[in-house]
Design a protein around this ligand. Structure first.
Ligand SMILES: Nc1ncnc2c1ncn2[C@@H]1O[C@H](COP(=O)(O)OP(=O)(O)OP(=O)(O)O)[C@@H](O)[C@H]1O
Ligand SMILES: [Mg+2]
Length: 223
């Protein structure tokens, strides 16, 4: 069995003064290539931290993480960056768009980093597909929260990633727009075999996924 993502006994500690505070302890997880998985759990339990570790944006204090066949716990930042640019998409809870770039420029940059042919055309198509064809030239501060979220989604999938991580992808959207986004994420999974890993508080979205991982103070379990 080939896994898109695998965590083996992963722990994350944060240094706070003299103390080392545990955020995640002994996490084990396996998500198959082409699968859809949800990570659920109460606010503050460590879902965003876990997603950042799995995507190689942050490093574990202990344990091993395999991402797209690479042991990211053992490789340097440069290797992780190259892996992310070409094969991994990430939608942050806080969007993290470049503030001085327009919506289009934010998405073009991601398409260029992923070596997509005709990056500008691909970026326009991606933005049109999230209903933002009329907002290409707006910088993030001139977009609503939901619009920024949709730019972040377009940026994450324009590179046709093998694995797409999304932290609360519909958290700021109305029901109709959110449903459209979910439809697109699952279409990406069905058409391109993209592995989807979603953090969500939405039970309806979680139940659409093949796997639901429950994170609590006791650890991570497959429900
Ligand atoms: N850099 C950091 N320094 C100190 N504490 C941190 C840091 N990052 C996260 N934490 C703490 O770790 C815990 C988990 O945070 P995290 O953002 O992963 O939670 P979450 O499950 O995503 O919550 P939410 O559902 O509200 O987004 C929180 O208590 C948070 O305060
Ligand atoms: Mg979070």
């Amino acid at each position: 069995m080939t896994y898109a993502v695998q965590a083996n006994n992963v722990s994350k500690y944060i240094n706070s003064g003299e103390q080392s505070l545990p955020i995640l302890q002994n996490i084990n997880l396996q998500i198959s290539q082409g699968a859809t998985a949800a990570i659920v759990g109460p606010s503050g339990v460590g879902k965003t931290t876990l997603l950042s570790l799995l995507a190689g944006l942050d490093t574990a204090s202990e344990g091993q993480i395999m991402l797209a066949g690479t042991d990211i716990s053992a490789c340097d930042e440069e290797t992780r960056t190259t892996l992310r640019a070409g094969r991994i998409g990430f939608v942050f809870q806080s969007f993290q768009l470049l503030p001085s770039y327009s919506a289009l420029e934010n998405v073009v940059l991601a398409a260029e980093l992923a070596n997509i042919p005709s990056p500008r055309d691909a970026a326009i198509r991606a933005l049109e597909s999230v209903g933002l064809g009329h907002r290409l030239k707006h910088v993030p501060s001139r977009l609503s929260g939901g619009e920024q979220q949709r730019v972040a989604l377009a940026r994450a999938f324009v590179g046709k990633p093998e694995i797409l991580f999304a932290d609360e992808p519909t958290g700021n959207l109305d029901a109709k727009t959110g449903a459209g986004i979910i439809e697109q994420l699952f279409a990406l999974n069905a058409d391109a075999g993209t592995t989807l890993i979603l953090v969500t508080h939405d039970p309806a979205l979680a139940s659409q996924c093949q796997q639901v991982w429950q994170l609590s103070d006791q650890g991570l379990t497959l429900s």
